[in-house]
Design a protein around this ligand. Structure first.
Ligand code: NAD
Length: 489
């Protein structure tokens, strides 16, 4: 189905209303399946960022948000979650034309999860208490968790709406105000968050959204003196830049960065589960997932069987129009990203990796000819130090690496600068625990992938992140702990 959409005009959202850029400049956003222009988005200037930060600061200092009762604040957040669900088709539709995500899985999974992110933190905050430390009979200490101030929430293009709500939920539930900066390639769905917040009764200035290049708008935001904390999800390179830019104003930072997960298949794994699980981990969202299981380590005794069955399943994945119900994989997000991902096909050739399937554009109907499509691509590479095994490709390109022993699997799995997650497939309970303890990453999935409990910590070891999100970990970031010590006599 070829959906024609009119070109949308998207403004900045500052202090409770849409406004154009003060320079009146806009930038184009294209549908990656067709290259058709779908939106003209206001490009914020430094002055616009300043206005958004000042609005958020004013709402924090003098507005009702910070001081209203937790019950009232959380009621508004639950309403916000309801509105997201009421508008889920619209939101999923925007992510489908903007990111190229398959619409049906987005409307069924990602948007409901976005609503759940907000709802979860509303409920979670209401259940929090504090600590009390009586000191002999003369003094008593008790703690309060107070909001920090203005948060910059900076998010990537691969999961725009859901990932932004994962930050916005705890940020607002704790009583902070926010300036959101979505990725310039995919700003459409996130641009709605300001108006959704307003519709839910959240005061003006609490949720602001600014658009534009990371190097301009992101820099202005992370250097702004009115911003107290930066919650960022994106690449490791940008994380380093933000840390430097935020240093002069001593910003509190939380970073969710890149990954290159090992997905380890032992000879005792249940391949009927491991193969579909590994396919999902490799090719969901066209492999544009920080948690993607892109290094597939397979024990040599089952290597041939795994390779044959995995390749067959990869080739059966339906690549096509994100709007079609049977599409499992859409295009890559942009021309620039397509160039990056396909440059690894050349690197793989130079590194003498063996191409098993994919590596080219799929055959598609005429109207998708300009889309940035790549077939699911599978390589075998004996050398785990090669670039395709070390660098985050962030596309539908995976490498199978054989190993003989558990020790060797651990060594290969940990031989990376990243440490976001790992996946282990085995029916041996002791091995499952041993591997989970030995792989140096923030999340280990055993016989599953991408299962999330929002109370659990989420984040990366090594260059995959700083800090953790989820449950009380998110709240620790978005609050200041205050100790109050009272003399009783
Ligand atoms: P990116 O770092 O290029 O951009 C992310 C965001 O940062 C965008 O909004 C961008 O405009 C902004 N930005 C860029 N330069 C900036 C600067 N100097 N100051 C402030 N903001 C700036 O990342 P991307 O290409 O959009 O996303 C892909 C990356 O995100 C991958 O590395 C992926 O692994 C990572 N990611 C991580 C997680 C996680 O939870 N760990 C989740 C999703 C994506």
């Amino acid at each position: 189905m070829n959906v024609k959409t009119e070109v949308k005009q998207i403004g900045l959202y500052i202090n409770g209303k849409y406004v154009p850029s003060s320079s009146h400049r806009t930038f184009e956003v294209k549908n990656p399946a067709t290259q058709g222009v779908i939106a003209l988005v206001s490009e914020a200037t430094e002055e616009d960022v300043n206005q958004a930060c000042l609005a958020a600061r004013e709402a924090f200092e003098n507005g009702p948000w910070r001081t209203m009762s937790v019950a009232e604040r959380c009621e508004k957040l639950r309403r916000m979650a309801e509105i997201i669900l009421e508008r889920k088709e619209e939101i999923a539709g925007l992510d489908a034309i903007d990111v190229g995500k398959p619409y049906h899985s987005t409307v069924q999974h990602e948007v409901p999860r976005a609503a759940h992110n907000i709802h979860f933190f509303a409920d979670f905050v209401q259940m929090q208490g504090g600590e009390t430390y009586p000191m002999e009979e003369n003094f008593v200490n008790y703690t309060r968790y107070e909001p920090v101030g203005v948060a910059a929430l900076i998010t990537p293009w691969n999961v725009p709406f859901m990932l932004t709500t994962w930050k916005l939920g705890p940020c607002l539930a704790a009583g902070n105000t926010a300036v959101i900066k979505p990725a310039e390639m995919t700003p459409l769905s996130v641009s709605l968050l300001g108006e959704i917040a307003k519709e839910a009764g959240i005061p003006d200035g609490v949720v602001n959204v600014v658009h534009g290049l990371g190097s301009v708008v992101g820099t202005a935001l992370t250097e702004h003196p009115a911003v107290d904390l930066v919650s960022f999800t994106g690449s490791t390179a940008t994380g380093k830049r933000i840390m430097k830019n935020g240093a002069d104003t001593l910003k509190k930072v939380s970073f969710e960065l890149g990954g290159k997960a090992a997905n380890i298949i032992f000879e005792d794994a249940d391949l009927d589960k491991a193969i579909p699980g590994s396919i999902h981990a490799a090719f969901m969202n066209s492999g544009q997932v920080c948690l993607a299981g892109s290094r597939i380590l397979v024990q040599r005794s089952i290597f041939a069987e795994f390779l044959e069955r995995f390749t067959k399943a990869a080739m059966e994945l339906k690549v096509g129009d994100p709007q079609n119900i049977d599409t499992k994989m859409g295009p890559l997000v942009s021309e620039q990203h397509y160039q990056k991902v396909t440059s690894y096909l050349e690197i793989a050739k130079e590194e003498k990796a063996k191409l098993i399937c994919g590596g080219k554009r799929p055959e598609l109907p005429e109207y998708l000819q300009k889309g940035y499509y790549l077939e699911p691509t599978v390589y075998v590479q004996e050398n785990p130090k090669s670039r395709i095994c070390q660098e985050e490709i962030f596309g539908p390109v995976v490498t199978l690496i054989p190993f003989d022993t558990e020790e060797e699997a651990i060594q290969i799995a940990n031989d990376t600068e990243y440490g976001l997650n790992g996946v282990v497939w085995t029916e041996n309970l002791q091995r499952a625990h041993r591997m989970s303890h030995s792989v140096r990453a923030g999340t280990i999935w055993v016989n599953c992938w991408f299962v999330r409990d929002l109370r659990a910590p989420f984040g990366g070891f090594k260059k995959s992140g700083v800090g953790r999100e989820g449950g009380h970990h998110s709240l620790e970031f978005f609050t200041e702990a205050k100790n109050i010590c009272i003399a009783l006599k």
